[in-house]
Write a protein that binds this ligand. Structure first.
Ligand SMILES: [Zn+2]
Length: 428
């Protein structure tokens, strides 16, 4: 099957291309990128007025399968990803059973081969059962197809164990992804610790709970020369630590989510559980530090932390509701509007944050580039199209978003995976 994407503005930060180009796709790969390509017998997709980018990659997604299929499945989660402009997602291991054994990794990959509409890269657990006590068989997990390792949501508290985890990951050529949270500091907190938590009468999670662990990981990454990727950075202190470590050449990278870049702890005044996430929404100063870090390269990637929960679970009230929000179908419009249209970052930087850098950090071969021979995963953007977030139209099984009804500018309008246009959905 041949496909010609004609007349779009191709932005491929990895090869420093930004200009009007045609893109020819053949047999699932990019065959050519040039100012004018003859269509021949290829199907033509007109892209005039659109941005043509390497497929977007979300390094931080909870697909919930196996075990919590009432919240999301590999099928619905990847359909949501495609609708949001993503061509690859990396699936966190806190499923049931946990992805801590090669059989589970292989089962997820087999299920994805059958049901997924975008690429699924499993992230395997660092420790058995995410219990933080003994390392999983990381070599067998890597062999089975784990792209990275993480105990996401259950940060390893023991520094000696984390050191061994990093050393093992390094020997396997895989990054460790860490949700940085010292549980002795976080305690039973619900929202960011500060004047607002005191005023709203809700228990706080101090910024120090994150900062202490980011500092520990930076120190361990330097000592072990192992790459560590900090998930969902949320505090000004953590930004400072990552920036300083990078300056000294430590192999540390970091991500930020749309919600931490847009919302603050002021939203918790409503006690609406849709604003309950972990790490929590922080102060204005923290948000400003994150925005600067996205612009100056301290933050390498954007990621959604897509965390589906049912309406019933989220209706349990602020204290009992689970942490987290869905993000796959809102991330691109939110950040085109709040990062690009506000002049915080360029379109090229936006694309690098969603494709070039995620592919590099996880070592995803053939991804994150629009050059001849690369996988034909593409995201087409209309940066000026007005959109209204409507959770009722989500492909995701869950609708737990605080952004319902928001009017934004810009979105993904077409998603192509392995040379096949998969969004908008086409009749076979
Ligand atoms: Zn997390």
């Amino acid at each position: 099957m041949k496909l010609l994407i004609r007349g779009g503005r191709v932005i491929d930060p990895g090869s420093a291309v930004d200009g009007r180009r045609d893109v020819l796709i053949e047999d699932g790969r990019i065959a050519a990128v040039a100012p004018v390509i003859e269509a021949g017998d290829a199907r033509i997709i007109e892209a005039a007025g659109l941005i043509v980018a390497p497929g977007f990659i979300d390094l931080h997604v909870h697909l919930r399968e196996p075990g919590q299929e009432h919240k999301e499945t590999i099928e619905t989660g990847t359909r949501a990803a495609a609708a949001g402009g993503f061509t690859s997602v990396c699936a966190m291991p806190n499923t049931n059973p946990v992805n801590d054994r090669p059989e589970i990794t292989r089962m997820i990959l087999a299920r994805a081969a059958e049901k997924a509409v975008v690429h699924v890269f499993p992230i395997a657990a660092l420790t058995a059962g995410l219990r933080g006590a003994e390392l999983a068989d990381m070599a067998a997990l890597a062999e089975a197809g784990a792209a990275a390792f993480s105990d996401d949501g259950r940060c390893i508290q023991n520094a000696g164990l984390m050191r061994r985890a990093m050393e093992t990951a390094r020997s396997l050529g895989r990054p460790v992804v860490d949700h940085c949270e010292d549980v002795s500091l976080a305690g039973p907190g619900i929202m960011h610790e500060g004047p607002r938590a005191a005023r709203f009468g809700l228990p706080g999670i101090p910024a120090a709970a994150e900062d202490v662990m980011v500092a520990r990981d930076a120190i361990l990454a330097e000592a072990s020369r192992a790459p560590v990727h900090i998930a969902h950075l949320s505090t000004a202190g953590a930004v400072r630590i990552v920036r300083e470590a990078k300056r000294r050449g430590v192999a540390i990278t970091a991500e930020a989510t749309p919600h931490h870049l847009i919302l603050t702890d002021a939203a918790l005044e409503s006690k609406d559980p849709r604003f309950k996430m972990n790490p929590p929404l922080r102060s204005e100063e923290d948000v400003e530090a994150l925005l600067e870090a996205v612009a100056d390269g301290t933050i390498d990637v954007l990621a959604t932390d897509h965390a589906p929960h049912t309406a019933a679970e989220k209706a349990a009230g602020i204290a009992a509701a689970p942490f987290g929000i869905v993000g796959l179908e809102t991330a691109v419009p939110l950040l085109l509007d709040k990062l690009v249209h506000t002049g915080r970052i360029s379109l090229a930087r936006f694309i690098a944050l969603w494709s070039t850098r995620p592919a590099e950090i996880f070592g995803l071969k053939g991804k994150g580039r629009l050059t001849a021979g690369a996988d034909a995963d593409l995201t087409l953007l209309d940066p000026d199209r007005p959109v209204v977030i409507d959770s009722g139209s989500f492909r995701s099984k869950s609708r737990n978003t605080p952004f319902d009804g928001w009017s934004l500018k810009g979105c993904a309008v077409r998603t192509i995976v392995g040379g096949r246009p998969i969004f908008p959905e086409e009749q076979p």
